[in-house]
Design a binder for this molecule. Structure first.
Ligand code: DGL
Length: 270
């Protein structure tokens, strides 16, 4: 058995890299739906349909736990999948909650009532579908009161990253940060609410300025999974070799992934 990691494309590799570093004893099977990326411009039904199918594939391959390393899928599909019911012994978790727990100074899994927290003004950068879902604000409201969130839908950034056009991606990030700062001139914290964006974390930080604390998911998700696996030791199971699966062109995806991860990464087409 292994832990499944799902993303619409390459972005979830930022989370996978942090998971592999934090949990070297755990095997991961990564599945990127590169044939259908980006998810961020699709409607919620479409995202739910695609995500559910790929999570089932990972469950059928023997992953008892699947991490949605994709905010768009977490925002548009996770709650609905959990409400529909998950097969016995299988789990699916998203990437929002660890981020919000960190932002609201909570221990992992602390479900006590919402309370005042230090941060008051938060800038959220995410895909159009994640922003439209308001899932981030909903999860935040369960844990904190009095926090003002200004969301910026970062159209085009995921496409540019998937195409490997980092110059365009950087220019788009700068213009999205400027647009956000016009609406909220002094955020104390900024959330990179898309797993593709950590590849451009330096560009976000430079455009926002050093006074803004940037919350990026990979490390937070890795810490939270380490805590989860310590509490559910059976779920990671026996070792299998790591695998990288894509619905897209395996050679093209392998080239991009090798560049992003800075190590040879071989994808198989499914
Ligand atoms: N990387 C994903 C996310 O975290 C999805 C991006 C997309 O496919 O639009 O939102």
């Amino acid at each position: 058995m292994a832990v499944g990691v799902f993303d619409s494309g390459l972005g979830g590799l930022t989370v996978l890299a942090a998971l592999q570093e934090r949990l070297p004893q755990v095997d991961f099977i990564y599945l990127g739906d590169n044939a259908h990326t980006p998810y961020g411009v699709r409607d919620a039904d479409d995202i739910h349909h695609l995500t559910r199918g790929h999570v089932r594939t990972l469950w059928d391959m023997g992953c008892d736990l699947v991490i949605l390393a994709c905010n768009t899928a977490s925002a548009a599909a996770l709650r609905r999948m959990q409400e529909e019911g998950v097969p016995a012994g299988k789990r699916v978790l998203g990437v929002f909650v660890p981020l919000i727990e960190a932002l609201t100074e909570r221990q992992w899994g602390d479900n006590s009532p919402p309370r005042e927290v230090a941060v008051r003004n938060v800038a959220l950068f995410a895909t159009p579908a994640t922003v439209a879902s308001r899932a981030f604000q909903r999860e935040l409201a369960f844990r904190a009161i009095g926090v003002d969130v200004e969301a910026q839908a970062c159209g085009g950034v995921v496409d540019a990253i998937e195409e490997g056009d980092m110059i365009l991606a950087e220019a788009l990030v700068r213009s999205h940060v400027e647009a956000l700062l016009r609406k909220m001139p002094h955020p104390e914290a900024a959330v990179l609410g898309c797993t593709h964006y950590p590849l451009l974390e330096d560009v976000f930080q430079a455009a926002l300025g050093p006074q803004v604390t940037v919350y990026s998911q990979p490390r937070l998700v890795a810490e939270s999974l380490a805590d989860y696996l310590a509490r559910h030791p059976d779920i990671a199971g026996e070792g299998v070799p790591a695998r990288y699966l894509t619905t897209g062109d395996a050679r093209r995806v392998s080239d991009r992934a090798t560049r992003f991860l800075r190590r040879q990464t071989q994808f198989e087409h499914i």
